[in-house]
Ligand binder design. Structure first.
Ligand code: SAM
Length: 290
């Protein structure tokens, strides 16, 4: 058993990667952290502590995983690139509380994984997400209603703007509504592009989603999200035209629903608050069920 090396030291990373004949895959979003202060902060703020099991998405060569293993009761790391597995078993051989799973996070049954691997523990998710799948991963983590308390992850700065925007403001999109429906989102700290090897073309931000115990009241959740997604595909139009056009509902019916919900007929999709969105969804739902 070897002591964990300094996995944020570029010289150490280069030596390990060269020895294993590993080359970075751009396609898999492989930008490894080389700023030594970032991973301890993600681990501390991300609930890696006694009593918690942590799921990590995309461990790479294990720089964040190491900090998580030092603090949490148990860590399950999901890595798609099988070339990283022999590297991880070398770099993290010191830790007895780690399980690495070679899977695509988008295909894993996370509920089952949590029950099997982290039963009896409080659960947090931590990651430096590959940017090409930020939205689908975030949506999966939220929509599956996992027994998870927080999701703490690095994302592209622009993605952080969208994910953490307030519903009812210009930066909001369909994903903002979903994030805010299931969680309270906050930006934790920014990370410059120079903190990665290789350095990406964009800066990053670590965000945290605190999962709500109670989501906003809405009669039909699926219909609500159909409405939200439809509306935001036509965000330049008025909400009335966007809803009518995307969902194929007669414009007069939509206008009547907006009026009943106390919303101006000229409002744009991005101007509607969560309360107004749930109200419109419920009113339209009532109309279609009678
Ligand atoms: N955590 C490491 C760090 O901070 O240095 C690596 C982060 S790197 C941005 C993203 C990692 O996610 C890579 O190791 C990549 O191979 C992995 N990855 C990419 N797509 C994945 C997927 N669909 N499921 C699981 N892991 C994935």
């Amino acid at each position: 058993m070897r002591k964990v090396q300094n996995l944020s030291d570029p010289a150490v990373i280069k030596e390990i990667l060269a020895r294993h004949g590993f080359t970075f895959s751009k396609k898999l979003g492989q930008n490894f952290l080389i700023n030594p202060s970032v991973c301890p902060r993600i681990a501390e703020l991300g609930n890696a502590r006694k009593g918690f099991g942590v799921i990590e998405i995309g461990p790479g060569i294990g720089v964040l995983t190491n900090e998580l293993c030092k603090r949490a009761e148990k860590v399950v790391a999901i890595e798609l690139d099988s070339r990283l597995l022999p590297i991880l078993s070398e770099t993290l051989s010191e830790h007895r509380n780690l399980r690495v799973i070679n899977e695509d996070v988008l295909k894993v049954d996370l509920k089952r994984l949590i029950a099997e691997e982290l039963g009896g523990l409080r659960v947090a998710i931590c990651a430096n997400l590959p940017y090409y799948i930020t939205s689908p991963v975030v949506m999966k983590l939220l929509e599956e209603r996992l027994p998870v308390e927080t999701v703490t992850t690095m994302v592209q700065k622009e993605a952080a703007d969208r994910l953490c925007a307030e519903v009812g403001t210009r930066d909001a999109g369909a994903v903002t509504v979903a994030v805010s429906f299931y969680s309270e989102a906050a930006r934790l700290f920014d990370v410059p592009r120079t903190s990665f090897m290789p350095s990406p073309k964009v800066d990053s931000t670590v965000i945290q989603l605190k999962i709500r115990e109670q989501t906003p009241a809405v009669a039909d959740e699926r219909q609500f999200f159909r409405l939200v997604r439809g509306m935001f595909t036509m965000r330049r139009k008025t909400a009335a035209n966007a809803i009518s056009g995307s969902l194929g509902i007669d414009k007069d019916t939509v206008l009547a629903a907006l009026r009943a919900a106390g919303i101006s007929p000229d409002a744009r999709p991005e101007q509607l608050t969560m309360e107004e969105l749930t109200r419109v969804s419920d009113i339209l739902g009532q109309g279609s069920s009678t």
